[in-house]
Ligand binder design. Structure first.
Ligand SMILES: [Zn+2]
Length: 170
């Protein structure tokens, strides 16, 4: 039988964001992460990380995943600003059913948050980031796919919401 690497439950890492929010981050084995702030836990499947870290050594995968999760916390204020920007255009888009506005707005918001979390990861990893992906085996086009999808969703969705304003302004 194949020996499986059973890793005992990881110890949470305690962090404090630059805006003072205390949080705990646990990176599990591939399938899930848990981020908690003030007793509120947000366990979530690591979908983005799982796909994005394919082909990287296990330890590096965990390190980048940890920074990505921390990046979500550290860039949260930016996401709030992005959300406010989208929210302000809400009424200007009354030509579109509310549920479509909601879906497009949320998609743009979440995609933008993924992009800023990964930018944070790139800054923390520095030149290591490019080196790791150059040596990834198997080499998969995960990074271009990620940036095309997240960048596309975030900018297209946001521009679409904002263009409602401009049309009205003329
Ligand atoms: Zn993410």
């Amino acid at each position: 039988m194949k020996k499986t690497n059973v890793v005992p439950e990881e110890q949470p890492t305690r962090v404090r964001t630059w805006y003072g929010l205390p949080a705990e981050i646990v990176i599990g084995e591939d399938l899930w992460h848990r981020v908690s702030t003030g007793g509120l836990a947000y366990p979530h499947p690591g979908l983005v990380n799982q796909h994005l870290r394919q082909g990287l050594p296990r330890q590096e995968r965990k390190r980048l995943t940890y920074w990505h999760e921390l990046g979500h916390l550290e860039t949260f204020p930016l996401t709030i600003l992005h959300g406010l920007l989208i929210w302000r255009t809400w009424r200007e888009r009354q030509d579109t059913p509310w549920y479509l506005r909601l879906i497009i707005g949320l998609l743009a918001l979440m995609a933008g948050w993924e992009a800023t979390a990964e930018l944070y990861t790139m800054v923390r990893a520095g030149p290591d980031y490019a080196r790791l992906y150059r040596h990834a085996r198997p080499k998969l086009p995960m990074l271009p796919l990620f940036w095309a999808a997240m960048g596309g969703l975030a900018s297209a969705g946001t521009l679409w919401m904002l263009s409602g304003r401009r049309e009205r302004g003329v």
